[in-house]
Design a protein around this ligand. Structure first.
Ligand SMILES: Cc1cc2nc3c(=O)[nH]c(=O)nc-3n(C[C@H](O)[C@H](O)[C@H](O)COP(=O)(O)OP(=O)(O)OC[C@H]3O[C@@H](n4cnc5c(N)ncnc54)[C@H](O)[C@@H]3O)c2cc1C
Length: 494
């Protein structure tokens, strides 16, 4: 049998691509090397705790007034996913700046607080809001194929500016700029290297298309997507690791166990670099050039803690905690070349979901990031010791920074290193967040060059694709890429 498409990987991008193709009555097979769908969106049990590995905030979801792309797609596929809005409730500390603040309440509350801290924040922030909206509209127009952008003068003005320079141009006070930049640590690009368009898109989503928490566990969410895909006629084979892909009008995919499958289109949900180096048999010089020009994002260490006290007793009152060396994102990201540094994120899921763990217990997820080379000298001999020492130092750092006692209440602990993530996803160096949206390799250039970069019969979805990492981007990429396949002349289906 020749499938219309074979998708390599049942991560969120792969599942989303499968959903859209199956929804359009295409014959689709997903081949997944692990025993469950979801990729890094997965759940694991330790004792009486069930830990979600990655998805805590689902961005671009929105509300009734500002419906986001993800909610719209869930509705289209008739996916019943229960969510709850995530409150702004972030405690930030920056060591060098002796800065400690809780950003809480609604957007107006924190803009008011920023105004109290740094005069001029409120008016300049408000003046920026219509610009964010215009940029969102311009990006939507590009996604729909619009080429002339004169209707979007601010988009054109800021198209080549980095986020830091653009915020200065908008007269936002310097310290407010740094605070607005704190969550860009996830993208791994300092504000002075991140395109303002990417910054504006994320900030717009954060303010208007409010992020939500998915009420069920990561695995159960991924299983719902997989179940719906199968209901729509798709097939998923688990424990099916792809070893080789031969691209042609009818492409052939071979598994490590020797089985082969044929399809008209191949969609990879794996890292582009991994696929081009290890899976694709054909000569793809041009594709490799493009790939080499991309920067893979940071990797990191995640410590999943099951604590045997309630979050109230532990005095963990905030949903999210950040400790930074400095408020300036460029200084922070540079510090991540070393294994021991001071940037930590903590998430307490119990704050928004009382049932995140058994009664009178708490889950705390601590995370830190590294630039790609930080782990390069860690080999098998010193791996476990390094991992454990780093975890211990992070726990102590968190306790000291936020004046809480954690260590004596640990009932369960799991530490995931870059190697854990590498094993699970096949991303080089176990990176967390796909290809960075950095400098010229920003979302506009990726969108504008999408069609030119295509390799016949091969597409990429997920963190390796046009929109970069994040569950929302991975899901949206699955839709976008398959829509292009369905619409464009390139489509091999007819
Ligand atoms: C610790 C952590 C926390 C995060 N928190 C959030 C968050 O709160 N919100 C958010 O939006 N994002 C978050 N992210 C990012 C988000 O989870 C990822 O960007 C997103 O899930 C990536 O999805 P993907 O489709 O690219 O697939 P991946 O999850 O990378 O999945 C790829 C799939 O391909 C399969 N595969 C690989 N090679 C082969 C092969 N040869 N044959 C068959 N199958 C193969 C893998 O097994 C895997 O299932 C977090 C990430 C991490 C690591």
């Amino acid at each position: 049998m020749v499938y219309d498409a074979i998708i390599v990987g049942a991560g969120i991008g792969g599942l989303s691509a499968g959903l859209n193709l199956a929804f359009n009555n295409k014959k689709v097979l997903i081949l997944e090397k692990n025993g469950l769908p979801g990729g890094v969106v997965t759940t694991f049990k330790r004792g009486r705790f069930e830990f979600d590995a990655s998805l805590y905030d689902l961005m671009d979801y929105g509300s009734v007034e500002h419906i986001g792309s993800i909610k719209r797609l869930f509705k289209k596929y008739n996916l019943d996913i229960d969510t709850s809005p995530i409150p702004y409730n972030v405690r930030i500390k920056a060591l060098d700046n002796q800065f400690e603040e809780v950003i809480k309440g609604e957007i107006d509350d924190w803009v008011l607080r920023l105004e109290e801290l740094y005069r001029g924040s409120m008016s300049t922030f408000r003046n920026m809001l219509p610009i964010l909206k215009e940029i969102d509209e311009a990006l939507k127009a590009i996604k729909k194929g619009k080429k002339s952008l004169e209707d979007y003068p601010n988009f054109m003005k800021y198209i080549d500016m980095n986020a830091y320079d653009a915020l200065v141009d908008l007269n936002i006070p310097t310290n407010t700029i740094h605070i607005l930049g704190y969550f860009w640590i996830e993208i791994g690009s300092p504000l002075n290297k991140l395109s303002f368009i990417d910054f504006a898109e994320c900030l717009y989503k954060l303010i208007f298309k409010r992020p939500v928490a998915v009420k069920e566990k990561n695995t159960s969410f991924a299983l719902k997507l997989a179940k719906r895909f199968v209901e729509l006629g798709g097939k998923i084979y688990y424990h099916s690791c792809v070893k080789n892909i031969k691209l042609d009008n009818t492409s052939e995919v071979t598994l490590t166990n020797g089985k082969t499958y044929k399809a008209k289109e191949i969609i990879c949900n794996t890292s582009e670099r991994y696929a081009l180096k290890n899976l694709i048999e054909n000569e793809l010089a041009f594709a490799n050039q493009k790939e080499n020009a991309r920067t893979i994002s940071m990797n990191g260490l995640v410590i999943y803690l099951g604590l045997n006290k309630s979050y109230q007793d532990l005095k963990l009152y905030n949903y999210r905690y950040y400790e930074f060396q400095n408020l300036n994102s460029a200084i922070n990201i540079k510090s991540m070349n070393k294994l021991y540094h001071h940037t930590i994120e903590g998430i307490v899921p119990n704050i928004i979901n009382e049932n995140a763990s058994p009664k009178n217990t708490t889950i705390l997820v601590l995370k830190t990031w590294y630039n790609m080379d930080a782990w390069k000298n860690i080999d098998k001999k010193n791996y476990y010791q390094t991992k454990n020492e780093l975890a211990q130092s992070l726990i102590h750092e968190f306790e000291e920074a936020f004046h809480v006692d954690i260590e004596e209440y640990i009932e369960e602990i799991e530490i995931a290193s870059p190697y854990t993530f590498k094993k699970h996803t096949n991303w080089d160096n176990g990176c967390f967040f796909g290809n960075m949206r950095l400098g010229y390799d920003n979302s506009i250039n990726r969108l504008l060059s999408y069609q030119d970069e295509l390799i016949p019969h091969l597409s990429f979805v997920g963190a390796s694709s046009v929109f970069g990492s994040g569950v929302d981007n991975a899901f949206y990429s699955g839709y976008y890429v398959t829509e292009k396949l369905l619409e464009e002349k390139r489509s091999n289906y007819e």
